[in-house]
Ligand binder design. Structure first.
Ligand code: MOS
Length: 699
C-alpha cells in the first residue's frame, strides 16, 4: 500500500478555504421558497388554535403548514431504535415537548418567512409536565437494549464482600447538545412524482430510505444529496425536522422549499445527549486486582422514541474481573427525544468508570496506571471472546512516557504555582468497532481514471481524502487517477458517517470492488458487502486509548483550565495520519468541552430550555484549548480490509474523566458531576466549604 498511511491535506481543502464549497443552505435554485419553523412554546399540551389569518397577508407569505393541512405521513417510518414519533411532524395537535415544530410558514424569502413565523399566533391548552430527571424517578424502567444489554457474571455481592477495598459512588452527567457548526438545512422539491432533496445529514442513503417510508414512496423515487457538511456529532444521523418540513411544504406548495433551522431551533428540536445518573461499585484486593465491577446507569428518554445511551458497554470490555454486573434504565420525561451524540453512552459511561477507577487507586494507595495494567484481560471479560487486537497497554505506556507520568506524586494537592493548584490525571478508554453493509461501484474511464462511487458522507473529518487513498490502493493506482463520488443516496446502499463505522464500512466495499476491478480489467464493478461481514462478531472489536491531562485550578474562583492534553490511540491502521490526528484532537476538545462547559439547563417551572444558544450553552472555544498532543500506536485490525478500525468517536471518550481526575489531583476533592462548573469546584474546595454560590442543578 502506498497511499494509505500517508499524511495528505484534505482534497476539498482549497474549496473550503476559498468559499467555493457549498453547504446545504448555499445551493442556488430557481423558484425557491423558504420555510421558517414555529416551535411549541409549552412543554406539554395541545395546540388550541393557530391563527393563520394574522400572517397570510404579510409580505411574501405563501401559506402556513400545520397539523390541519400538512401531508399525512406514514406512522411506521423507523428511527434507529424502532418507530420514531420524532419523525411524525404536524400530524396532530399534541405537543409532547417544548420545541416540537407546530407550524411551518412558507414565503418568498427567508426574511419574510421568519417575520411571519415570529408573528404567527399559536395558542395552547397546557397539561402538567415532568422534565425533571432523577435516578429514583417512579417511572424508571429497564431500557430497551438490543445492544449494551444487562449482564451478570460471577457473584457480585460475594466478591464485593470479600474485597479489601470497595468504591461505591454516583456520577452524573447533564443534557448536552451536539453543537455542530452548520445548522440543519434542507431543500426539497418534487419532480415527476419523485422527491429530491439536498440536506445536511450523516447518511444520505439511510435518510432517503426513512423519507421514502414517511411519504409512502418507492425508495428509488426518493433521492437525497448532502454536499459539504459542517459537522454532525450524531445530530444529523437520521431524517431531521428540516428535511421532513421541507418535503411536506414542497409537496403542498408545488415548488422547491428550503428550511434552515436557527441555532436555537437546532437546540430545541434536533436531539441531544440525555442526562445520565450512574452508580459504580468496584471491589479489589490489596494488590489492586479487581474482584467485582457493578455499573448501573439511568438516563432520560422521551416516550416518543426509544433510545439507548449505552453507558455500560465499556465496563464489559476494559478490565478483567470475576464478577461484572451492568444494567441500563430509562426514565421517560416530557423532553426532546435524545439521540446519539459524540461517543454515545461510552463518553458519559467512561466518565463514571474511569473516575471510579481513579478513586480506587487512591484508596489502594496505588499508581492509577499500575491499577489498569494489573487488570488487563486476556479475553473479553464478559463475552469470553478473543480481542481482534487490543493495544491498550501500548497506549498507556507510551502515553505515560510522553506525558512524564513517572515523575508524578500521586498524592493530591501537592503542586502549586502561585495561587494555582496543579494536577494531572488520566483515563483509559475503548470504543466498539466494526462495519455495516455498504455498496460501492467502480468504473474504469477511457482516460485511465477510475470513478469510485460510494454513498459516504464527509462531515468535515476527511472522509473524501481517506477514501481517495483507499481507492487508490485498492486499485493499485495513484490517487490522481481516482475520481471519488460520495454524498448521494443514488450511489447505492451505504452506512452513514456514524457509530465510528463509516470508514470501515466504506473501505470494505471499495476494497472489494477494487480487487474485482483488477481481476476484471475494465468496465464497471459494483459490490455490496452485506454477505461479506459474517465473521465480524466472532471477536471483540474495539479501539483503545489513554488520555492524560494536566489542569490548573484557581481555588478562589473555581476556574479549571486544561494546560496539557495528550492522547495515545489504537485505531487500527491509520489511513491518513494528518486528518486522523485532527479528528481525535477534535474529539478530545469535545471531551474537554464536556468536562468543563457543556450543560443544557431547563427551567423547573416551565420545563423549557433556558440556554438554547451559544450565549448560554458554553462550548470550548479557542482560548479554552491548550496545545494538544495526539498520536497512534501501531495497530492493525485483522479480518477487516486495510486493517482499519475507525477514528470517529474514541477521541471524545475518556477525556472528561482524565480532566476530572486531574482536578482531584490538584484539589484533593472529587468531582462526580459534569460539567466541572466554577460553583462546584469552588464550593467543594477545602477552605472554601460553605461558600455556596447557588443551588445544585440536575446533572
Ligand atoms: Mo456518531 S454520535 O455515531 O454520529
Amino acid at each position: 500500500m502506498t497511499a494509505v498511511g500517508v499524511a495528505r491535506p484534505r482534497v476539498e481543502g482549497p474549496d473550503k478555504v476559498t468559499g467555493a464549497a457549498r453547504y446545504a443552505a448555499d445551493v442556488p435554485m430557481e423558484d425557491l421558497a423558504f420555510g421558517a419553523a414555529v416551535l411549541a412554546t409549552v412543554t406539554r399540551g395541545r395546540v388550541r388554535d393557530i391563527d393563520v389569518s394574522a400572517v397570510q397577508d404579510m409580505p411574501g407569505v405563501l401559506g402556513v403548514l400545520d397539523h390541519r393541512n400538512a401531508p399525512r405521513l406514514n406512522p411506521k417510518a423507523p428511527g434507529f431504535f424502532g418507530p420514531d414519533g420524532q419523525l411524525q411532524l404536524l400530524q396532530d395537535e399534541v405537543v409532547p415537548f417544548a420545541g416540537r415544530p407546530v407550524a411551518l410558514v412558507v414565503a418568498e424569502t427567508l426574511e419574510q418567512a421568519q417575520a411571519a413565523a415570529a408573528a404567527l399566533p399559536v395558542t395552547y391548552d397546557t397539561e402538567p409536565h415532568d422534565t425533571r430527571f432523577t435516578a429514583d424517578h417512579p417511572a424508571r424502567r429497564p431500557a430497551v437494549t438490543f445492544f449494551d444489554g444487562p449482564v451478570d457474571i460471577g457473584d457480585v455481592e460475594a466478591e464485593l464482600a470479600a474485597s479489601a477495598v470497595v468504591v461505591e459512588e454516583r456520577y452524573r452527567t447533564p443534557e448536552e447538545h451536539h453543537s455542530a457548526m452548520e445548522p440543519h438545512s434542507a431543500t426539497a422539491w418534487w419532480e415527476d412524482g419523485r422527491l429530491e432533496a439536498i440536506d445536511s445529514n450523516q447518511g444520505p442513503f439511510t435518510v432517503a430510505g426513512v423519507l421514502a417510508t414517511l411519504f409512502s414512496m418507492p425508495p428509488d423515487r426518493v433521492r437525497v444529496r448532502t454536499e459539504h457538511i459542517g459537522g454532525g456529532f450524531g445530530s444529523k444521523g437520521l431524517c431531521g425536522p428540516q428535511l421532513i418540513l421541507a418535503a411536506m411544504a414542497a409537496q403542498r406548495f408545488g415548488r422547491p422549499v428550503r428550511v434552515t433551522l436557527s441555532r436555537t431551533q437546532v437546540f430545541l428540536s434536533t436531539g441531544m445527549r440525555p442526562a445520565t445518573d450512574q452508580v459504580i461499585r468496584i471491589g479489589a484486593d490489596v494488590d489492586g486486582r479487581l474482584r467485582a465491577v457493578w455499573h448501573e446507569s439511568a438516563f432520560e428518554i422521551s416516550p416518543l422514541a426509544e433510545f439507548i445511551e449505552g453507558c455500560t458497554e465499556l465496563t464489559k470490555t476494559l478490565y478483567a474481573a470475576p464478577a461484572i454486573r451492568t444494567s441500563l434504565s430509562a426514565v421517560p420525561l416530557d423532553i426532546l427525544p435524545p439521540c446519539s451524540m459524540r461517543g454515545p453512552g461510552t463518553a458519559p459511561g467512561s466518565f463514571a468508570l474511569e473516575c471510579a477507577m481513579d478513586e480506587l487507586a487512591e484508596r489502594l494507595d496505588m499508581d492509577p496506571l499500575e491499577l489498569r495494567l494489573r487488570n488487563e484481560p486476556e479475553v473479553g471479560p464478559v463475552s469470553g471472546l478473543p480481542f481482534s487486537s487490543r493495544n491498550l497497554v501500548a497506549c498507556l505506556q507510551e502515553g505515560a512516557r510522553r506525558f512524564g507520568w513517572a515523575d508524578r506524586d500521586h498524592r493530591p494537592r501537592q503542586r502549586r504555582e502561585g495561587h494555582l493548584l496543579i494536577g494531572t490525571g488520566f483515563a483509559a478508554t475503548s470504543f466498539s468497532a466494526g462495519a455495516f453493509p455498504s455498496s460501492a461501484s467502480i468504473t474504469a474511464e477511457p482516460d485511465g481514471a477510475f470513478t469510485v462511487a460510494v454513498g459516504a458522507t464527509d462531515l468535515g473529518t476527511g472522509a473524501r481524502t481517506a477514501l481517495t487513498a483507499i481507492a487508490a490502493d485498492a486499485l493499485e493506482v495513484s490517487t490522481e487517477r481516482i475520481r471519488l463520488r460520495i454524498s448521494d443516496s443514488a450511489l447505492g446502499p451505504a452506512w452513514g458517517a456514524g457509530g465510528s463505522r463509516g470508514t470501515t464500512s466504506w473501505t470494505w466495499a471499495i476494497s472489494e470492488a477494487g480487487a474485482r476491478m483488477r481481476e476484471q480489467g475494465g468496465g464497471t464493478v459494483t459490490v455490496d458487502t452485506t454477505d461479506l461481514l459474517g465473521d465480524l462478531p466472532s471477536m471483540e472489536r474495539h479501539t483503545f486509548s489513554a488520555v492524560f491531562a494536566e489542569v490548573s485550578v484557581d481555588p478562589a474562583t473555581g476556574e479549571v483550565r486544561v494546560r496539557r492534553l495528550l492522547g495515545m490511540y489504537a485505531i487500527g491502521r491509520v489511513v491518513n495520519p494528518l486528518t486522523a490526528r485532527s479528528q481525535v484532537i477534535g474529539g478530545m476538545i469535545g471531551g474537554l468541552s464536556m468536562a468543563l462547559h457543556e450543560e443544557g439547563l431547563r427551567d423547573r417551572v416551565t420545563g423549557r430550555h433556558v440556554n438554547a444558544d451559544f450565549a448560554g450553552y458554553h462550548i470550548a472555544a479557542h482560548a479554552d484549548v491548550p496545545d494538544i498532543e495526539a498520536d497512534f500506536v501501531p495497530d492493525h485490525e485483522p479480518g477487516i480490509p486495510m486493517g482499519v478500525k475507525g477514528a470517529g468517536e474514541i477521541g471524545n471518550v475518556g477525556t472528561a474523566a482524565a480532566i476530572a481526575n486531574a482536578v482531584w489531583h490538584a484539589t484533593g476533592v472529587r468531582q462526580r458531576a459534569l460539567p466541572l462548573r466554577l460553583d462546584r469546584v469552588l464550593e467543594e474546595s477545602p477552605g472554601w466549604a460553605g461558600r455556596r454560590t447557588g443551588g445544585d442543578t440536575p446533572g
